[in-house]
Design a protein around this ligand. Structure first.
Ligand SMILES: Cc1cc2nc3c(=O)[nH]c(=O)nc-3n(C[C@H](O)[C@H](O)[C@H](O)COP(=O)(O)OP(=O)(O)OC[C@H]3O[C@@H](n4cnc5c(N)ncnc54)[C@H](O)[C@@H]3O)c2cc1C
Length: 298
């Protein structure tokens, strides 16, 4: 676990200079440092701590849109009133990350940049059309979350790019969302299988739908076939069943110590159905407690 150089950035410019010189950023350290302690990957030679960079903190709202600083923690996200009311799938996701300690230190930037196919916030952010701002000493660019994940544990960001913010546009009127994961226990767990649904209801019909699958493919991804099964439907049992079956059909899971490929594929349909039902129920004004994984339907 030896590190050749460790610095602490006070500003974004400090952090960008360190990244340009080859350092890796550490935010909450709940992936990078905990992983190194567990022997999953050695610590990088050069590290720059970004946890004291005030410009990267905070959650704000502008005209109904949500702005998350890269250092927004899961606790801050899960308890934020606007997130809970309008971006509910994201609250469902952040509320179940790890344990109370993990949520207090783990950040949205670290969660996204770790790029695990089983991480919680990627599905909700994709279904809610979020983008991230990547900044380096060469400039900055916005990247849709859907285009950030390059493969298991890999992003499309350059090594000298810092994720500075996540922006989520205001959802259309009548939109509700939910994220549900299959978990073997309530704490210190990641998704065995997960699914997100976001639906827009107009006059009792589904006018728009988003469905994403988690821990079921090399990257978290949306399933257009599941979305098509819901769109223009009445959101009834047949449409929900067709959408959940489409989500399962789009899955390409792996077998590992946590579940076999066959079990994951079978559970994909169940979990997708629960996420879609929870989003529809919320859209109809029914109470589905946060997190939907433990308090939701099904
Ligand atoms: C016990 C335990 C349970 C967990 N349970 C869950 C779970 O249920 N669900 C889940 O999704 N995750 C879980 N995690 C993983 C982890 O807590 C989250 O992914 C967390 O959000 C990581 O954030 P962090 O700030 O601690 O990241 P760090 O460890 O600081 O960084 C993670 C990676 O992202 C990079 N990075 C961090 N910030 C930035 C940035 N702003 N720009 C560019 N790169 C950056 C780092 O270089 C590193 O590669 C768990 C971890 C532990 C230890």
């Amino acid at each position: 676990m030896s590190v050749a150089s460790f610095t602490s950035a006070a500003t974004v410019d400090d952090a960008l200079a360190a990244l340009a010189a080859g350092a890796r950023p550490v935010a909450g350290g709940t992936d990078l440092v905990v992983g190194a302690r567990q022997g999953k990957a050695p610590l990088p030679e050069r590290i720059v701590a970004i946890d004291r960079v005030a410009e990267l903190s905070g959650i704000s709202e502008l005209d109904g849109a949500l702005h998350l600083g890269a250092l927004a923690t899961h606790s801050e996200i899960a308890t934020h009133p606007l997130v809970r009311e309008r971006f509910t799938a994201l609250a469902d996701a952040s509320a179940i990350v790890g344990s109370r300690a993990t949520r207090a230190h783990g950040t949205i930037g670290g969660n996204l940049m770790n790029a695990s196919p089983a991480m919680e916030t990627g599905g909700p952010l994709q279904c809610l059309d979020a983008s991230v701002m990547l900044q380096s000493s060469r400039g900055s660019r916005w990247v849709p979350v859907a285009e950030l994940f390059g493969g298991p544990g890999a992003t499309t960001a350059q090594p000298d790019e810092l994720l500075v913010a996540v922006d989520v546009p205001a959802p259309a009127e009548g939109t509700a969302s939910a994220y549900v994961r299959l978990e073997y226990r309530r704490q210190m767990e990641i998704a065995v299988v997960g699914a997100t649904a976001a639906v827009t209801l107009a006059g009792g019909a589904v006018s728009a739908a988003r469905v994403a699958i988690t821990a079921l493919a090399p990257t978290i991804r949306r399933v257009p076939e599941a979305e098509a099964a819901l769109e223009s439907s009445d959101g009834g049992e047949a449409a929900v069943a067709a959408a959940a079956a489409a989500a399962a059909a789009a899955s390409a899971p792996i077998s590992d110590v946590r579940a076999s490929e066959g079990y994951r594929r079978a559970m994909a349909e169940v979990i997708a159905r629960r996420a879609i039902e929870a989003a529809l129920a919320r859209g109809r004004g029914e109470l589905v407690p946060i997190p939907a994984s433990s308090g939701g339907t099904g």
